[in-house]
Ligand binder design. Structure first.
Ligand code: AMP
Ligand code: ZN
Length: 303
């Protein structure tokens, strides 16, 4: 039995699975995320959330394929990749892999050092770029990530504490496509970490337990701890905070005029910057060819 205090209910294994799938189905419907049977690319990290998401979307009848970005973070990336490959094989689903070590012979650590920027920011730039590029190149109308409610609530708290209006408006469970950016959805935004872990446990989904070694000490972890303390005192408070925000609050942060996106003069992908996108800028600084990744998705290979 698993007790979910915020729903004032306890579930046996079978009913828990049904409940969690229903929560995802409801979220997809409320935020008009997917049409029935639609093709969707899931960014999978090998962790519990994205693999649970892949499993649920396949069970719900969507044509869900995966994209794993191998950042070359030593054993961590190796193990995460294996978890994704094993899952894909078991389910008979297609997995695309974009691998920094295979394309560039180096990993995130070396790139980060070369550009003297924090790893998490370099990682974020590479992942966001690759996810969008992969979805566009492989003709997916939509990209799904495994962000769960705890991720979203802690990001929300961080964005509020630092008053980032643009980020607040864009923190949505469903972002429509615009100017070269694919539509993005977060169908697990109503499930907590504990719930996605329980889902994987019951379904026998093998995921990487370890957190990214580079993320240790991240502020988001402190926010999650604080929010869990609040939740313990007032069950349901995270739900209220998050759902209130996405249903009403975020619209207060809508800009009068949307920031216009330009085409990166190097790779052609969308960017808010006047010339080069942050990915091309980063790779150029690290002495690497940004176009290799585009060519890898196109199935071309250069030495
Ligand atoms: P994170 O940014 O690590 O909290 O991960 C948030 C979401 O981004 C995950 O649920 C995945 O959907 C996606 N993601 C994270 N890391 C990767 C990766 N290496 N490859 C593909 N998708 C990823
Ligand atoms: Zn670019």
């Amino acid at each position: 039995m698993l007790e979910l205090r915020r729903h004032k209910a306890a579930f046996c294994k079978d009913h828990l699975l049904e409940h969690l799938q229903n929560q995802v189905r409801k979220t997809i419907k409320e935020f008009k995320m997917l049409q029935s049977g639609e093709r969707v690319l899931i960014a999978v990290s090998g962790g519990k959330d994205s693999l649970a998401l892949w499993d649920i979307l396949l069970d719900l009848g969507f044509l869900a394929e995966g994209l794993y970005i191998d950042l070359g973070i030593f054993n961590y990336s190796q193990t995460s990749r294996e978890k994704c490959e094993n899952f894909a094989r078991y389910k008979g689903a297609k997995l695309y892999v974009a691998s920094l070590p295979e394309m560039y012979d180096i990993g995130l650590e070396t790139i980060g050092r070369g550009v003297s920027r924090p790893f998490c920011s370099v990682c974020g730039i590479i992942k966001r770029y690759t996810m969008n590029l992969g979805a566009m190149k492989k003709d997916f109308p939509v990209l799904a990530t495994g962000h769960n409610m705890d991720d979203e609530v802690s990001a929300l708290l961080g964005n509020l504490l630092q008053w980032k209006p643009g980020y607040l408006y864009r923190q949505a469970p469903h972002l429509p496509p615009r100017q070269g950016l694919v539509r993005k959805i977060k169908p697990l935004c109503r499930l907590t970490e504990r719930e996605t872990a329980a889902y994987c446990f019951i379904k026998g989904i093998d995921y990487i337990l370890e957190e990214c070694p580079k993320a240790r000490g991240a502020t988001s972890i402190t926010y999650k701890e604080v929010l869990n303390r609040l939740e313990k005192e007032s069950p349901g408070i995270k739900d209220q905070f998050y759902l209130g925000f996405v249903r009403k609050g975020r619209y207060y942060f809508k800009e009068e005029e949307e920031i216009k996106l330009n085409k990166c003069s190097f790779c052609g992908q969308p960017t808010g910057a006047p010339e080069n996108c942050s990915f091309c800028g980063l790779m150029d600084k690290a002495g690497l060819d940004p176009l290799k990744i585009t060519e890898a998705f196109d199935g071309k290979k250069r030495g």
